[in-house]
Ligand binder design. Structure first.
Ligand SMILES: Nc1ncnc2c1ncn2[C@@H]1O[C@H](COP(=O)(O)OP(=O)(O)OP(=O)(O)O)[C@@H](O)[C@H]1O
Ligand SMILES: [Mg+2]
Length: 318
């Protein structure tokens, strides 16, 4: 069952941070909460975790309002990290396990497994403040996951990690999602996560501007381009595809923008009918392009309305 946020609004005094945010997160699907600095990601996560009480709206899990006891079982990594600098690494993870109600022996077993998974096995006896920034980051993650939470909410977990650690962390988050956990992570640098998230929830100025499966959102975007290198006498073969526009041409290579819903393979067939095709490629829009498309002149209503996240989920059931 999905985790659901319904019409949540929150203001810090006069400043509106969230202005009617609604979405569902499907267990099993790694979901990225994306948006620029100040968009409202941290505020939203704090509300989901019950750290802040919304001015309006609610958070539901398994179709019921979430209470304190349920949230106790969630895993949360706040953006402002909170480790005890003087504690030993292993002790720290065991301590957080105990806070979540695990018996000491079990907390210790899980801490060892998790620190091994995160490449920190050798650091058990080291003081936390002697770890590098990136290693403290991994330790922080271990403290959020030690009680094997069903719902995992991570605020900027990739900040400060090297590319190998980013890849490892994304694998481990994807594995947890596959195992049935509900996993939401935030990121302000959109293009660094475009290969990680499956579903995206994009926010800007306290509102959802785009949401749904990334694959469908990309395919439905106006930013899909094809590169075709075809030995043809002219470009007349393109006339068969209304709505396509030539973006650039160089020798035999033509780059075309195709309207949403056009099957690129039919365009390839058209090119092959016109001449020998040396090269053919599909360029999907980046997350930044999707973001600009959704907040640009079209306005936030356009893309959200254009892609129904439920229909786009393509039969995926929560
Ligand atoms: N404690 C606070 N008091 C007043 N305003 C705040 C406070 N915390 C956040 N805000 C404001 O609320 C808005 C949303 O902030 P939030 O921290 O949720 O954004 P964010 O998407 O997490 O940004 P970032 O990518 O920088 O972490 C911003 O305009 C911010 O300035
Ligand atoms: Mg934040």
């Amino acid at each position: 069952m999905a985790l659901e946020v319904r019409d949540v609004a929150y203001s810090y005094g006069e400043r509106v941070a969230l202005d009617g945010v609604s979405f569902e997160i499907t267990p099993g699907v790694l979901t990225g909460l994306l948006g620029p600095n100040g968009a409202g990601k941290t505020t939203l996560m704090r509300i989901m975790l019950g750290v802040l009480t919304p001015d309006r709206g609610e958070v539901r899990l398994h179709s019921a309002p979430v209470d304190r006891a349920a949230r106790q079982r969630w895993g949360y990594m706040p953006q402002e990290r909170g480790l005890y600098p003087g504690m030993l690494v292993g002790e720290q993870v065991v301590y957080f396990g105990r806070l979540h109600g695990l018996p000491r022996a079990e907390a210790t077993t899980r801490a060892r497994a998790l620190l091994a998974e995160l490449g920190l096995s050798e650091r058990w006896e080291q003081r936390t403040d002697k770890l590098s920034g990136g290693l403290q980051q991994r330790l922080q993650l271990a403290t959020a996951l030690v009680h094997e939470p069903e719902v995992i909410v991570l605020d900027e977990p990739f900040a400060g990690l090297d590319p190998v650690a980013v890849a490892e962390l994304s694998d481990s988050l994807r594995d947890r999602a596959r195992a049935g956990c509900t996993v939401l992570f935030s990121r302000h640098q959109l293009d660094l996560v475009q290969n990680l998230c499956e579903d995206i929830l994009m926010v800007n100025e306290g509102r959802v501007v785009l949401r749904g499966p990334l694959v469908s959102l990309r395919a439905a975007s106006t930013g899909v381009q094809l590169r075709v290198n075809v030995h043809a006498p002219d470009r007349q073969w393109l006339d068969r595809f209304p709505g396509t526009t030539v973006v650039s041409e160089e020798a035999d290579e033509v780059r075309i923008a195709i309207p949403p819903g056009t099957d690129p393979l039919t365009v390839l067939d058209g090119a092959r009918a016109a001449g020998h095709v040396d090269d053919f490629g599909l360029d999907l829009p980046s997350l930044s392009q999707l973001f600009l498309e959704s907040v640009g002149p079209v306005g936030p209503v356009g893309p959200v309305a254009a892609v129904d996240p439920v229909a786009a989920a393509d039969g995926r059931t929560p």
